[in-house]
Write a protein that binds this ligand. Sequence first.
Ligand SMILES: [Fe+2]
Ligand SMILES: [Fe+2]
Length: 250
Amino acid sequence: MRILFFGDVVGKSGRQATQKYLKRLKDEMSADVVVVNGENSAGGLGINRKSIEEILDAGANVITTGNHAFHWKEWKEVFDNYPMVLFPANYPGLLERSYYTIDGLTVMNLQGRVFMDCIDNPFSAVDKLLEIIPRDTLKLVDFHAEATSEKLAMGYYLDGRVDAVVGTHTHIQTADERCLPNGTLYITDVGMTGPYDDSILGMQKDAVISKFLNNRPVRYEVAEGRSIVSAVLINLDKDNRSIKRLSVIE
Ligand SMILES: [Fe+2]
Ligand SMILES: [Fe+2]
């Protein structure tokens, strides 16, 4: 089983880059399942029916989310109608909507708490989740979190209990992909799929700089220009388990 995982898709540019590159990379890499984090896919923050439809149409099988999933009211419509769109398990009441099984792979979604909203404990949530997911499937976790320490701790906590733990949320790809001692494949952050030039994490740089200079609220707009596609290819074949970073700038 080979899994292609795209990091946080940001806005229209991110969706267009996903449409342009997903099928191409899937074919080139002979991927069986494609997972995309879509938490920023609608206007740079959140999800809606249109952004989800476009990512699915591009070839994604499962869409994970994170802290921005609830930005638009329309998230509830997505929640009710798209079972392959996941929400972090440790939001109160969302455990049952945090996993999806396709072709023998169960994808799970969790969220961190360090420098983020203080939701339920992701470590105890994943223990509960592992009890309710289908038995005898391969297991991939998207841990949507800010702090590298919390992500690495989750990787080691799940080492040997799931097949792969990939981090999302920071929009910057890390170079620490590895196989942990008990066989779990791990990367701290997959990175972003979205605007790269003159952009800070996908948003126009001037607004972000202004926020740091003046400390007053600003309106963030999705940047324009070339996009970056940040992804990983996870190979779970018995003799050839590996995780490989992919990064394409248009
Ligand atoms: Fe994000
Ligand atoms: Fe996030």
